[in-house]
Design a protein around this ligand. Structure first.
Ligand code: UDP
Length: 448
């Protein structure tokens, strides 16, 4: 696909979320919903992103667009298409914003020309749809280059960047150099953490809005133990390793097949420290079917590397480690499978080397699962170490990961206590009402 495609999201009434909220939050979101209806009357709010499935941005847009539409706001979501060369360039920008070179290719004039040519074509289509006075949220580097044409069209443009690194380095600087003049026409920028925003972002129009999850989506909704069991043991899920065990404790990491998620590092740490862990514990690494994420050209390669690594393990480790590839053709089934795996897990790991914000941390926390996660980027806000999860200071410290896992696997009371605090943390900070309120505040200031 090379043009624009619309993602249809059925509206969801806010009342559904309200059933989980304390009365003052129900009142607040009700007041904001009517303010938003007034403010946005006659306008459309557009979201433009690079994929409808696989990854946190897609996950979140399904939630936010559904609830916003449920309040009666005109909101639409378009996904951009591009060829391989375009997504190779944008993945390079993405990796560099996380502080690593990625495929090592250059972000030079040729890369910029590839990027500009794709976005110029998309902008031609987009300006026919967007009307003056509409609000457009452009998500991530893939869409940043649309800001100029949309502003000329008379739209209010917000660039929403979901990635970043706390401390800049030569790679982040190069990526920000690539993006600076593309982002400049945007009226406002939104980041998940203040530290991610480069110096040149106008602080008056910088907003910090962390992501959120939907407790009622197929990814997070309650599930019976029978359904969990059936989904987890579905044929064809495991691509390397024996079938998943029925009763044994499970350690799980769910991620896209992206080197920054360090799936191979989790496998390595588990295998090397197998003897330090309870003798019956298994590891599951689960990610989307590699061909299923349109904007991620590295996925197949990273999955292949993990499979190679798995094949080279000692038989004792192979018997207790499983690589799972979750089919992407049916999004609902994909989400329910991830949901089931997270509910089946005894402990969930997120050993990312860099992370803007990890929904794969928030999702198991909502399910009262104890999480062991690297203290990088947004994860540092999501988890309070020792209270709502455990943080690893050094994401590359395999021995530290194994020690944290051993301590949790050996202490059911602590797991329960941390799981309870984790659930409360998500309820208090990472549900959609807070997220929507922050956007309405921004739109109010923008349209003032
Ligand atoms: N995810 C999924 N299927 C998979 C792997 C991941 O649905 O096989 C989802 C995961 O549950 C989460 C999102 O993709 O909702 C990943 O978001 P996160 O913020 O953790 O990281 P990102 O992929 O955006 O870097």
């Amino acid at each position: 696909m090379t043009g624009l495609a619309e993602v249809e999201v059925p509206p969801v009434a806010l009342e559904r979320l309200a059933s989980l909220l304390p009365p003052e939050r129900v009142e607040r979101i009700g007041a904001y919903a009517s303010a938003a209806r007034q403010l946005l009357a006659g306008r459309t709010v557009w979201n433009v992103s690079s994929t409808a499935r696989g990854g946190g941005v897609a996950e979140m847009l399904h939630t936010l667009v559904a609830y916003a539409a449920g309040t009666g706001i005109a909101i639409r979501w378009l996904v951009i298409g591009g060829d391989q060369d375009f997504f190779a360039v944008t993945k390079r920008v993405h990796n560099r914003l996380h502080g690593v070179p990625g495929d090592g290719g250059a972000l030079d004039a040729a890369a910029r020309a590839t990027y500009d040519a794709t976005l110029a074509r998309l902008a031609d289509d987009l300006v026919d749809l967007v009307q003056p006075g509409d609000v457009v949220l452009l998500h991530d580097p893939q869409t940043a280059g649309l800001a100029g044409r949309l502003r000329e069209r008379g739209a209010y443009v917000v660039w929403r960047c979901h990635v970043g690194l706390d401390e800049s380095n030569e790679w982040t600087q190069e990526a920000w150099g690539f993006l600076e003049d593309l982002v400049a026409p945007a009226h406002a920028c939104v980041f998940s953490r203040e530290e991610f925003a480069p110096d040149w972002v106008d602080r008056r129009w910088l907003r910090i809005i962390p992501p959120s999850l939907d407790p009622f989506s197929p990814k997070n909704a309650e599930m019976s133990p029978e359904e969990v069991e059936a989904l987890v043991h579905r044929a064809g899920l495991v691509v390397e390793g024996p079938p998943l065990p029925s009763a044994a404790p499970l350690v799980l990491q769910v991620s896209r097949w992206d080197r920054l998620k360090d799936m191979a590092g989790v496998l390595e740490a588990f295998a090397v420290h197998l003897d330090d862990l309870p003798p019956d514990v298994h590891l599951v690494l689960a990610g989307p079917e590699a061909s299923g994420v349109a904007d991620d050209p590295e996925a197949a390669e990273v999955l292949a590397e993990c499979r190679d690594r798995w094949r080279s393990l000692a038989p004792s480790a192979r018997g207790r480690t499983h690589l799972v590839s979750v089919p992407m053709d049916d999004l609902d089934a994909n989400a329910r499978t991830v949901n089931a795996l997270q509910r089946r897990a005894t402990v969930v790991v997120q050993k990312s080397l860099a992370e803007g914000f990890g929904l794969t941390v928030t999702e198991p926390m909502w399910k009262s699962r104890p999480v062991v996660a690297a203290a990088v980027g947004g994860i540092r806000d999501q988890v309070e170490h020792g209270v709502s999860g455990l943080l690893l200071d050094d994401p590359r410290d395999g021995a530290g990961l194994a020690a944290a896992l051993a301590s949790l696997l050996g202490d059911e009371d602590r797991r329960r206590e941390i799981g309870r605090a984790a659930h409360e943390r998500v309820r208090d900070h990472y549900l959609a009402d807070r997220h929507l309120v922050q956007y309405v505040d921004l739109f109010t200031q923008l349209l003032d």
